[in-house]
Design a protein around this ligand. Structure first.
Ligand SMILES: Nc1ncnc2c1ncn2[C@@H]1O[C@H](COP(=O)(O)OP(=O)(O)OP(=O)(O)O)[C@@H](O)[C@H]1O
Length: 332
């Protein structure tokens, strides 16, 4: 398998101030041909750099602009503004030789339905001058366990594995994965994630979109949190969740049944406007820039209810907390 060794300094993908507008989808035009306000800013000034040997994740809720960004990066959509450089070229202008160096695994697979996996993969491999060893890949991804079943009858996870093998057939230097764990069972997910990590070690640049915090937390070297077509935060997972001076804290409490019945809870009252409280059964999570005064109010409530909670801890932040802090809402 060839080692990819481009100059470490040049990013595999560089996106600068990308804007992509679409005409708004509407049932009936309410105005004449002047449509200035009737556009959707799917991507709205997004900049991103992805490097060889790294996994870069675009993390954001549905409709954040992740897929459109990837489509512009792959040359499938023409940017309205901004620049995209993929392996040093403009993907919109580039020819098939650039596409041969790039692998794409689409959401929902995008595979022909009536063929068997091996036939399909051998055909895809035959389109490349120096294809990957497909037999080894098929074994690695466990595809030989279902190679007699036509694509249409495969489970979501099996289909995703075939889609990944197809994306890797040409030994790509850059691999795009759109929601790679959509529809995957845990076993498929582990197999796919192990392979993705191996590809990173081989020097492949991997760019994935996900709205699953766990995927980003587990795989990504660099995370771009995207919402409304813009980058809201960026960094390694460690950097993003690091507690800074201004970073919010997470306080987790498990209340006694008596305390659950005792309400009202202090975090629902005045002084807690900036704190997000969520409760599931007896577990309460308070996320926000908790002040010592707020902690005192909570503690005083324990005095009033005559008991300590069953557990109380200040927890490290997760990407979910970071997203909540930035956008004021949960990621999904
Ligand atoms: N061809 C199009 N025409 C009009 N609007 C579009 C088009 N493609 C995307 N959009 C809109 O642009 C916004 C961003 O969509 P996009 O699919 O890029 O988001 P996403 O983050 O990938 O979401 P998801 O996780 O649901 O795939 C959405 O509001 C979407 O409805």
């Amino acid at each position: 398998m060839p080692a990819h060794s481009p100059p470490a300094s040049s990013p595999a993908l560089a996106i600068e101030r990308l804007v992509k507008q679409f005409p708004a989808r509407r049932r009936r035009p309410r105005r004449g041909p002047e449509q200035g306000a009737d556009v959707v800013h799917a991507v709205d000034g997004l900049s991103l750099t992805a490097r060889h040997g790294e996994i870069t994740a675009l993390l954001g809720p549905n409709g954040a602009g992740k897929t459109t960004t990837l489509e512009c990066a792959q040359g499938l959509q023409r940017p309205s503004e901004g620049t995209v450089r993929l392996l040093g070229q403009d993907p919109w202008q580039a020819g098939p030789e650039l596409r041969a160096r790039v692998g794409v695994m689409l959401q929902e697979g995008g595979l022909p339905q009536a063929v068997r996996p091996l036939e399909l993969l051998r055909h895809v491999a035959s389109l490349y001058r120096s294809p990957r060893d497909m037999d080894a890949l098929v074994e690695r991804l466990g595809i030989n366990g279902f190679d007699r079943t036509v694509v249409r009858r495969l489970s979501g996870g099996q289909r995703q594995r075939v889609a990944l093998a197809a994306a890797l057939a040409g030994n790509p230097e850059v691999l795009f994965l759109d929601e790679p764990s959509a529809g995957m069972d845990p076993q498929s997910r582990n197999i796919v994630f192990d392979l993705v990590q191996q590809l990173r070690r081989e020097g492949v640049c991997i760019i994935l979109t996900t709205h699953l915090l766990d995927d980003a937390q587990r795989l990504a070297d660099q995370v771009y949190i995207v919402d409304h077509g813009r980058v809201m935060a960026q960094g390694s997972v460690a950097e993003l969740v690091a507690p800074g001076a201004d970073a919010p804290a997470v306080l987790a409490l498990t209340l006694t049944p008596e305390q659950v019945a005792a309400g009202p809870f202090p975090w629902e009252g005045p002084g807690f406007e900036d704190v997000h409280a969520s409760r599931s059964d007896r577990t309460v999570t308070l996320t926000g820039r908790l002040t010592p005064e707020q902690l005192e109010t909570v503690t005083r409530w324990f005095t009033a209810t005559g008991a300590l909670p069953e557990s109380l801890s200040l927890q490290p932040r997760t990407l979910e907390d970071v997203f909540l802090d930035i956008s004021g809402r949960e990621i999904r």
